[in-house]
Design a protein around this ligand. Structure first.
Ligand code: ZN
Length: 68
């Protein structure tokens, strides 16, 4: 394991697996919803379930981490 000091920016771009759907998401893009830390896709789904309406903003769009 490399012992390098990670810059905060790099940490934000670190891919992590969403615990709910298993998809990769950037650490810095994980959202908190109802005490859960979820990826943007899950956040959108949860939001739509909870409020019974479509999530109408585009701030959850954008590139996802690539699976290598
Ligand atoms: Zn997810």
């Amino acid at each position: 394991m490399l012992m390098t000091t990670m810059e905060n920016k790099d940490e934000m771009l670190r891919p992590v697996h969403c615990k709910h759907c298993g998809e990769l998401e950037y650490y810095g893009e994980m959202r908190w919803l109802s005490g859960k830390c979820v990826c943007r896709d899950c956040y959108k789904k949860e939001y739509e379930l909870q409020y019974g309406k479509l999530y109408e903003w585009d701030d959850l769009d954008g590139p996802r981490p690539n699976v290598n």
